[in-house]
Ligand binder design. Structure first.
Ligand SMILES: O=C(O)CCCC[C@@H]1SC[C@@H]2NC(=O)N[C@@H]21
Length: 236
């Protein structure tokens, strides 16, 4: 089920509140907002409130036999990719940047924020359908830069359905097929990139594939490889 809300602070915060008050938040259900006045991004950043954009959150209740929870980030990215790829203009390229940002012609089209709450994981997704924010530090894109913006409600329904499919695959078949698909639609091996962590440390190198748990393998200048479990990746 998709619940619509006209205006809120953050759909992630709304679901966290419900989980903390022991309200039942069912897996597969989504909360989608028309406006977000305090949208949250990764690493403490704000998420732009773009009217006509998709801004929504859902919940995953981890089961004991599930793959590592951090790998949900990759499953969410794949769901987004599969929904957005058919909407892409022919003259634009769409790739996943680790772990789950979509880049449309190298500019950020969408973001995913995973937050833990009361034993559940909240998966919040924002997609620039109708408007991209002007950001000082990175290029952004919206589908509307290339043609008419996709219908938000139709998009929400496609994403709800595809996310359920990816979640089911993640649970049933584990990470191996997911990682294989990610390698097809993500930035290629050899891509020069830098990883910025929350303490402002920067590591540079080239992409050397994904480890079995979904972490990013970074090849450093000295030829050694380091597994990156979290951080903000910028492609050079
Ligand atoms: O920084 C990122 O790339 C992640 C952005 C995630 C934004 C979405 S919009 C819906 C949900 N509610 C929030 O407050 N944030 C997420």
């Amino acid at each position: 089920m998709i619940e619509h809300i006209a205006e809120t602070g953050s759909t992630n915060a709304d679901l966290a509140k419900r989980l903390q008050s022991a309200a039942l938040v069912r897996e597969g259900d989504w909360l989608v907002a028309d406006r977000q006045m305090a949208g949250r991004g990764r690493q403490g950043r704000e998420w732009f409130d773009g009217s006509g954009n998709f801004m929504g959150s859902t919940v995953v209740h981890p089961a004991p036999a599930d793959p590592p929870i951090s790998s949900l980030a990759l499953a969410a990215g794949l769901a987004l990719f599969e929904v957005c790829q058919p909407l892409c203009p022919d003259n634009a390229s769409l790739i996943l940047k680790w772990p789950n940002d979509l880049l449309l012609n190298d500019a950020k089209l969408s973001g995913v924020l995973l937050e833990g709450s009361a034993g559940a994981v909240i998966v919040g997704i924002g997609v620039n359908l109708a408007k991209a924010p002007d950001l000082p530090d990175r290029a952004t894109a919206a589908f509307s830069d290339y043609g008419p913006a996709p219908d938000r409600d139709h998009f929400a329904e496609s994403l709800r359905s595809q996310f359920s499919i990816e979640l089911e695959r993640w649970r049933t078949y584990g990470l191996e097929p997911l990682l294989r698909r990610w390698m097809v639609v993500g930035h290629p091996v050899g891509t020069a990139l830098s990883v910025h962590d929350s303490s402002a440390d920067v590591q540079t190198g080239t992409f050397d594939g994904l480890a079995d748990d979904g972490s990013l393998l970074l090849r450093l200048a000295d030829g050694s490889t380091r597994a990156i479990h979290a951080g903000d990746v910028l492609l050079d």
